[in-house]
Every structure is written in C-alpha cells, then in structure tokens.
Design a protein around this ligand. Structure first.
Ligand code: FEO
Length: 399
C-alpha cells in the first residue's frame, strides 16, 4: 500500500512521524512533532538501519513490509541505542529471528541490557565493512554524538551517510522527506534547537566526528531525525561545525525572571541601550514563559547574553536557576555576559549569576547591576551603561 520513498534504486526511507508526544526525552517541547527515521537497503542481503520509537512500531512495520514483502531482514544496523531509535529492536528480532544485529563493542552490552538479547550479534570496529551484495557499508564510531556507543554508517555505492542523531532536527516530515522537497529554512531553528539541547554538550566529540568524516565523499546525509539532506550538505556541515565549536553571530539574548516586573524593567532598559548602540538581533525571553530549549537554542546562536533574576529565598529565581543549571551542564562556551538582579531585603542573584559566568569562563561585562526594590534613576543609568558596554564588545568584533 505504501509508495516507497527511495533514496536510490534500492535504498528506502521507512521512517515515521510522531505528532502525539508532547516532550522529547520527556523534557523538550515538540510543537512541530518529531520524525524517527529508519532506512532499508534491499540487496542480496537486506539491511535495516535503525528502528523507531516503540509507540510508532505499527506504522513502521507496515512501511518495512511494503518495501521487502516476505523477505526477511538479514542485518539490523544499530547506529544508536537511545530508545527513540532502538525501541523496536526486540520486535524486529521477534519478527525476523535470524536477523543479525550489528553494533560496536559499546552497543552490544546495551542490546543485552535493554532487551536481553545475547545471540546473533555482530560486533564491528572502526572502518569495518559489511558487504550486502551490490552495496557495501562502512562503520565509523562517533562516540558521544550523542551516546557513547553512537556510530555512523557510510554506504559506499551511493555515498550516503547514515548519520544517527547527527544533522538531525525536531519537526515532522510533512510530505517532503528530502531537503529539496521543502523550504529547508523552515527547519533551521528546529535543527539548532535539537542540536543545542540534545547534542550541544558534546561539541568536542562532534568536532572529532566531523574531522573523521571530512574525508568521505558524502552525497546524501540520512539522519535519524528530520529531513534527508542531499542539496544542502555543505550548509548543514557548516552549521554543525559552527555550533559544535561555539561560533556565534552578532546579537544578544536577554533571559529574565521577574515576579512583579522590576527585574523585567531592568532588562527592558538594558535592551534599549543595546539597540541604541547598533545591535539589531536582540531576543528577550521570560524564563517563566518560554521553555529553556528555545532560549538555549538562541544562546547557541548569539554571542551576547544578559541574565536577569530577582533573588528568591536567598537564591536565584527557580526558573532562572533551572536555565543556569542547564547552561552549566552543557558547558556552553565563549559568550559575553551581562548580569542584572533585584532584591527586596538581601541580594544574592547577581552573585549566583557571576559564579555561573565564571564557571563557564564567559567574559563578564564589568558593570553588573543590582537594584533594591523598584528601579530608580541611578540603577537605570547603570543598566544603560551595561547595555552599551555589551554592545560595544560585540561591535568591536565586526571584521
Ligand atoms: Fe534521537 Fe540520541 O536519539
């Protein structure tokens, strides 16, 4: 029934869309859903590359069977064990008892741990090849992109890189499967939000993987999430290179927590001064309203950052604390940080945000501002001074 989606004559997309899950990893909002991509190579031997999240298995199997009919799957290549891709491994083994499950030495214990599968496993090492008949697969380890067992598979004949999570994106594939079947720019923000929040902590392993794969003549990138890339390969590799090396653009993210509007007012004043100084990209977020994944995504994009929080029970406002913890956990690098805080009887928030900036080795703009009670004339001017100083740092970096 399903019209097969072909990457080439005998390589097929058999992925599914998930529009029902609210939170990816039960944490990251999915307003545009998410795609779990899987692929089949139909050769003398049949190889299935990754599976899908278990809740989507029925749709997935219909597509698999539409491609291969009654033939069995000979190899299941497990590039990545996170259950959004490996969730259906056990079902595949039950349906095709003779399927050989292919992974590396870190994959196979996970297969046993998650599914109790200990037989008919095939361990591959860096650079090993698997011959399917006409098609040959090469395996490259890509640890921590995004789990330690992650590997990618390169198909030599068509030069397709099955890249696991790398080059993936949030968002379902709404008819268009390939990047040139859609307005690809529609995916840019969701691609960065996916990268920054899911893989962003692992910039250094991503850099290593990019260097390793740099020698391959890649004609298509088939990730486990988002569009299949065949017309924007250079562009997406450059995007990943920039994000993983924390290269940013000129602009400022202002993230504030504010209970009654006093800290927000300080943020507004600072934003105006930044704009007056000539910075056009300013993104202001209330951390109690906008999910941190969107804020973090923009922090990966722009070099300037202002964090503003009232003191709450002698600590940061809890929602700012949550954002600060995530940034610390991710080890986000190379930003200018402006700090704003307010308090009613004892101020702690500026101290905490300063500790955050120091822990991340960011350059903290000298003029942090801390106001008691409502914003008054002196601190108003200090907010303006801070905004101007931050803008000048950014402007000084223009060519
Ligand atoms: Fe899409 Fe790390 O799983």
């Amino acid at each position: 029934m399903y019209q097969p989606v072909q990457l080439s004559e005998d390589i097929f997309y058999v992925g599914v869309n998930d529009r029902r899950t609210e939170l990816f990893e039960n944490m990251w909002p999915l307003p545009r859903g998410v795609a779990y991509n899987s692929y089949i190579i139909k050769d003398e031997k049949i190889a299935l590359l990754d599976t899908v999240e278990i809740g989507q298995v029925e749709k997935f199997l219909k597509k698999v069977q539409a491609v291969i009919g009654d033939r069995p799957v000979d190899y299941l290549i497990v590039n990545h064990m996170e259950p959004d891709h490996a969730g259906s491994v056990n079902i595949i083994r039950q349906l095709y008892p003779n399927v050989k499950i292919v992974g590396n030495k870190k994959t196979l214990p996970m297969i046993e741990g998650f599914f109790g599968i200990t037989e008919n496993l095939m361990e591959v090492k860096e650079g090993d090849e698997l011959d399917l008949g006409n098609h040959k697969l090469q395996f490259y380890l890509a640890p921590m992109v995004h789990w330690p067992e992650t590997m990618v598979t390169f198909e030599e004949t068509q030069k397709i890189l099955f890249s696991a999570d790398a080059f993936g994106s949030f968002g379902t594939l709404d008819g268009g499967i390939f990047d040139d079947e859609m307005d690809f720019s529609y995916f840019h923000d969701e691609m960065r939000r996916y990268y920054s929040n899911i893989v962003g902590k692992y910039g250094s392993p991503v850099q290593k993987a990019l260097k390793k794969l740099g020698g391959l003549d890649i004609k298509m990138i088939a990730s486990t999430h988002g569009p299949i890339i065949r017309s924007h390969i250079h562009e997406v590799i450059e995007m990943y290179d920039n994000w993983s090396s924390f290269k940013t653009e000129e602009g400022v993210v202002i993230a504030f927590a504010s209970m009654y509007g006093n800290t927000e007012e300080m943020a507004e004043v600072t934003a105006r001064a930044i704009a007056e100084a000539g910075i056009k990209n300013i993104r202001m977020y209330d951390v109690s309203k906008t999910h941190s994944s969107y804020i973090i995504s923009d922090i990966f994009k722009y070099k300037g950052l202002v964090l503003a929080s009232p003191t709450y029970s002698n600590e940061l406002h809890p929602n700012m604390e949550s954002l600060a913890n995530k940034l610390k956990h991710m080890g986000v690098k190379d930003h200018y940080l402006g700090i704003l805080g307010s308090f009613t009887w004892a101020g702690t928030s500026v101290k905490r945000l300063t500790e955050l900036g120091e822990a991340l080795k960011w350059e903290i703009i000298d003029q942090s501002v801390e106001e008691k009670h409502a914003l008054k004339k002196q601190k108003y001017e200090e907010c303006r001074t801070l905004g101007k100083a931050l803008a000048e740092k950014l402007i000084a970096e223009r060519n």
